[in-house]
Design a protein around this ligand. Structure first.
Ligand SMILES: Cc1cc2nc3c(=O)[nH]c(=O)nc-3n(C[C@H](O)[C@H](O)[C@H](O)COP(=O)(O)O)c2cc1C
Ligand code: SF4
Length: 492
């Protein structure tokens, strides 16, 4: 599956890192504490956002490799780490973490223990709670026509025009056989848009498919599912939960301007934000202020007909007014513009332009990858402040240096700095900056080698360290034994 690349191919150099002395770091905004409304204090304004590493067990449990992954980030002592997107419903989803039943709690409790220990109690641990709808793999065309296509009378009528001599009134098998022989142009006149999509991309549910009872009932099901998951997170010892309202998943789709539900949960902004607010209210009722509750959502969907900064500013203000502890911003990452997957694979929401805007690469357009969506995020924060609300805003996307981060904080563009890929490249980078040892930072190259692994559902590692000292005692290795799974230790 080939991913979107901008037409311009400008190779950007990394921004100047900025290497503060210990005194400068201590006096900086970045390394100053932050208190959230529920009372939780971050020791510093640094944040490792959610990153799925494909290390959970096949049953969605915390594995030894999951513990090693988060232990490694915790050794870098950031203000907060957000554990990867973790499913709130008790449905099989491969090696992705789950929290949809009490049996997941002991493993998650151990995860909290490990992070507290490794960070010396300095890092606050959040878990990202996600719901997602079904997406099928792109089918073999013959199998699609044989098994998956739901035959409608209109198929026979359209086919009769194209194959006048063939008897189509009898067995379905004949109709399916004839459909499988049509070329692309002919298929366009027989299949509807969703059927064509199911054939060429794999069938995908939408939140506005309300003729399906399971989808229609989502507003009845999800508040309780998120609330129960948050309760479990609280019992496991997490400091907070991040409701995943971003990218290609269920809650982001409710917020999306593409959401055309007519049952009061779609259409205008009021309708689209209704379920996200109801989910938050249910979560807050379940955990009170025992733990922090915030959400991650998009500053811009980036897709045609999608929502932009004006929508996000409105949602942000409503979330803040409802009492969220933080607003974490991301960009794009949608299915709507995803590239066509290969047969047998599922579409991946980071292969189109919206995906590229979510994780922009060093080979870029004129604007480059570094902080390219921060101005949008700053505008959203301004709206929240203009409404008289102080909810902290977490900035993210191509933040690769102390200079950048400190300037954003000083200029009031955001309150917390999240860095995903730079933290993967060097889990100690925030700590090195804080200790005046910024010249030791291993800098991310923004090539998206890691993201390509994620796309292929392979254990995520970084090209800068996954082939070094493979024989280090105790270093966990990938399934094929050729890559180390966590960054080498920083010898302080
Ligand atoms: C391997 C990988 C997995 C990711 N998984 C998640 C996820 O589970 N939830 C989420 O909200 N974002 C996820 N992201 C997006 C990051 O949190 C972040 O928004 C994005 O990488 C841009 O930030 P950066 O430029 O600092 O890397 C993932 C990113 C990567 C590279
Ligand atoms: S693999 Fe590349 S993009 Fe990913 S963290 Fe490492 S250097 Fe950065």
């Amino acid at each position: 599956m080939s991913s979107y690349k901008p037409a311009e191919r400008v190779r950007h150099r990394l921004p100047v890192l900025g290497t503060p002395s210990i005194e400068e770091a201590l006096a900086s905004r970045m390394f100053s504490p932050l208190r959230l409304a529920s009372g939780l204090e971050l020791a510093e304004r640094t944040w490792v956002p959610a990153m799925v590493p494909w290390r959970a067990t096949a049953a969605g449990m915390v594995s030894a490799d999951v513990l090693a992954w988060y232990r490694r980030f915790a050794e870098g002592q950031p203000g907060a780490i957000v554990v990867e997107a973790t499913g709130v419903r008790d449905v099989a989803s491969g090696p992705l973490l789950r929290i949809g039943d009490d049996r997941f709690v002991p493993g998650l409790r151990e995860l909290c223990r490990v992070v507290k220990e490794a960070s010396g109690g300095r890092t606050r641990l959040f878990i990202q709670l996600i719901d997602f709808l079904r997406i099928r793999r792109r089918p073999e065309p013959a199998r699609y026509f044989e098994r998956f296509l739901h035959l409608r009378p209109e198929h026979r009528v359209a086919l009769a025009r194209l194959r006048p001599g063939v008897d189509l009134e009898g067995s379905d098998a004949v109709v399916r056989h004839e459909l499988a022989r049509l070329d692309r142009h002919e298929l366009e006149t027989v299949l509807d848009r969703r059927e064509l999509e199911a054939l060429e991309f794999g069938e995908r549910e939408r939140v506005w498919d309300t003729e399906d009872p399971a989808i229609r009932e989502l507003p009845r099901i999800l508040p309780a599912a998120f609330a129960a998951a948050a309760r479990r997170a609280c019992d496991a010892g997490f400091d907070g939960v991040e409701l995943h309202y971003a990218h290609a998943y269920t809650m982001a789709s409710f917020l999306s301007r593409r959401n055309v539900r007519t049952d009061g949960y779609g259409g205008d902004r009021e309708g689209r934000v209704r379920l996200p607010l109801e989910v938050f209210a249910a979560v807050r009722a379940a955990v009170g202020t025992q733990i922090a509750v915030g959400c991650r959502f998009l500053c811009d969907e980036i897709i045609d007909g999608g929502g932009s900064v004006a929508d996000a500013s409105d949602f942000a203000t409503r979330f803040a007014r409802a009492g969220m502890d933080f607003l974490s911003l991301s960009t794009g990452g949608k299915f709507e513009d995803a590239a066509q997957p290969r047969i047998g694979e599922a579409a991946y929401p980071y292969t189109g332009r919206s995906g590229w805007e979510c994780m922009p690469t060093a080979l870029s357009d004129e604007r480059g990858p570094f902080g390219r969506n921060i101005e949008k995020q700053a505008a959203i924060r301004r709206s929240v402040r203009e409404a008289g609300l102080e909810t902290p805003v977490v900035l993210c996307g191509g933040i690769a240096s102390f200079e950048q981060a400190e300037a954003y904080l000083k200029d009031g563009k955001g309150d917390v700095i999240a860095a995903a890929r730079q933290s993967l490249a060097d889990p100690d980078w925030f700590r090195k900056l804080r200790l005046g040892r910024g010249d030791e930072v291993r800098r991310c190259k923004y090539t998206n080698y890691c993201e390509a692994l994620d796309q292929r559902h392979r254990q995520v590692t970084c090209q800068l360290w996954d082939r070094v000292t493979l024989d280090e005692p105790g270093a966990p290795l990938s399934e094929d034994g050729r890559r180390r799974l966590i960054a080498p230790r920083w010898e302080t």
